[in-house]
Design a protein around this ligand. Structure first.
Ligand SMILES: NC(=O)c1ccc[n+]([C@@H]2O[C@H](COP(=O)([O-])OP(=O)(O)OC[C@H]3O[C@@H](n4cnc5c(N)ncnc54)[C@H](OP(=O)(O)O)[C@@H]3O)[C@@H](O)[C@H]2O)c1
Length: 201
């Protein structure tokens, strides 16, 4: 498996890279600041680029089997179209370079329910971008999976519960390790192809 990772320098992204290497994958981390990647591994390649640039992405992702994005804005309260713009460029790049498998990180706050509506209101700029990202992914025609976790933690477990189209019951948080494990499992299994998955502890 040759995996292309966007957001590899983030807290979830680093887990994805580590676990993918542990599974024996070849990993390409596509990052804006290569110096931020401190990990060294013979199967890890680091490429510098702009995550919203279709041209750069398509050249870089040729010959990969799957793309995973754990991108997130560093300032969640500011208006941004980073997630949407990156997803659109990534999808077009995948279509050009013949890569079909895409797993992206979204948020459980998009599920119905009053607590989710409150979170969505507080984080409205980020949530608007994240929903726009989901829409372009769903319209892509690729073998996509959208992972919607609740609050992310730095706990050490890597197990999770998952549910198609809904949040697992009483799932209020999940570790970034477990999110990474789900996203890699989603690449390997066809269970969540073209599906939104709610995941939680
Ligand atoms: N925090 C939560 O409780 C929570 C809950 C549910 C869902 N989520 C979702 O999970 C996602 C990831 O969370 P996280 O905590 O793992 O993220 P994080 O640690 O903040 O990492 C964000 C990643 O995105 C990259 N990035 C940000 N802006 C960029 C830009 N303009 N160009 C290129 N790369 C950029 C960062 O790169 P640099 O290192 O170069 O900055 C980093 O790799 C978020 O999108 C969030 O919506 C979070």
């Amino acid at each position: 498996m040759k995996l292309f990772v966007i957001g590899a320098t983030g807290r979830t992204g680093e887990e994805i890279v580590q676990q993918a290497l542990a599974r024996g994958y070849h990993v390409t981390a596509f990052v804006r600041s290569p110096e931020a990647v401190t990990m060294r591994h013979e199967r890890l390649g680091v490429l510098e680029g702009n995550v919203t640039d279709e041209e750069q992405l398509s050249g870089a992702m040729r010959n990969h089997d799957a793309v995973v994005s754990a991108l997130g804005p560093r300032r969640v309260f500011k208006p941004s179209s980073l997630l949407h713009d990156s997803a659109l460029a990534t999808i077009r790049a995948m279509q050009r370079s013949g890569v079909r498998r895409l797993v992206v990180l979204s948020a459980a706050a998009h599920f119905p329910g009053i607590p989710n509506r409150i979170v969505s209101f507080i984080l409205r700029n980020h949530m608007r971008d994240s929903l726009a990202m989901e829409k372009v992914v769903q319209d892509s025609g690729l073998d996509w999976t959208i992972a919607r976790p609740p609050r992310l933690t730095q706990e050490q477990y890597a197990t999770y519960r998952s549910r198609e189209g809904a949040a697992p019951r009483r799932g209020f948080s999940i570790s970034r390790k477990a999110v990474a494990a789900f996203m890699l499992d989603a690449i390997e299994q066809e269970k969540y192809f073209q599906k939104i998955a709610g995941i939680a502890k």
